[in-house]
Design a binder for this molecule. Structure first.
Ligand SMILES: O=C(O)c1ccccc1N[C@@H]1O[C@H](COP(=O)(O)O)[C@@H](O)[C@H]1O
Length: 215
């Protein structure tokens, strides 16, 4: 089976719709004000309303006040929450909604133990997203990391992210065989502006890598 594809940081309905039509399985909405991809409530609602059935909307938060997460989740139809900061399993589970947890990988991290702590949240944690560690920036950096640091198996579906782009994603899929890939900077013409040509190239690269490997 080919890896699922999430494109993160969509900010308008037309681009979100086109991204879905190109074959994305999920799109991400960044509810993190310092990000150049940040969306306000009106933008988020416009993006989600543009999605066809069976394309998921994912709301991304970074160490947000719980009230802010509740408020956005009540006003925007989000299928999944993404926690991309230092949130604990208890924090993530308190919303009673399915979520994915991001972790920034660096040498010495016990990824298995980390995954086990989130797998114990009563089925709410639907995947572990692995990203590059860049000091002082929580994500969306375009930086990649050493994929050989990833263990062979984990108790949660693995979502590979961090510096993926159309030119390296096929190799990533072959080496890591993730459940899903997640991209933001690698399909942009400038920070926060998605380039649909690069989105198409990214999706085609994932599909062809998976086909060649008989997935
Ligand atoms: O996209 C952002 O601006 C962002 C901000 C804060 C935390 C996470 C963010 N995005 C996520 O970062 C990873 C990797 O992004 P990139 O492809 O290396 O640019 C991805 O999971 C996005 O969902």
């Amino acid at each position: 089976m080919r890896p699922r594809i999430k494109v993160c940081g969509l900010r308008d309905g037309a681009t979100a719709r086109a991204t879905a039509e190109l074959g994305a399985d999920a799109i991400g909405l960044v509810f993190y004000p310092p990000s150049p991809r940040h969306v306000d409530l009106a933008q988020a609602r416009e993006v989600v309303a543009a999605l066809p059935a069976f394309v998921m909307s994912v709301g991304l938060f970074v160490d947000a006040e719980a009230g802010f997460v509740r408020d956005m989740a009540a006003q925007v139809p989000l299928d999944l929450l993404q926690f991309h900061g230092e949130e604990s399993p208890q924090y993530c589970a308190q919303f009673g909604r399915p979520f994915i947890k991001a972790i920034r990988v660096k040498p010495g991290l016990d990824l298995l133990e980390y995954a086990l702590s989130f797998a114990a949240t009563g089925g709410l944690c639907r995947g572990l997203l692995v990203d590059a560690f860049v000091d002082g920036v929580p994500g969306g950096t375009g930086a990649s990391f050493d994929w050989s640091l990833l263990p062979d198996s984990l108790p949660l579906p693995l979502i590979l992210s961090g510096g993926l782009h159309p030119e390296n994603v096929a190799e990533a899929v072959r080496q890591v065989a993730p459940w899903s890939v997640d991209v933001s900077s690698g399909v942009e013409s400038s920070k926060g502006i998605k380039d649909l040509g690069r989105v198409a190239a990214f999706i085609q690269a994932v599909q062809s890598a998976a086909t060649r490997d008989g997935q």
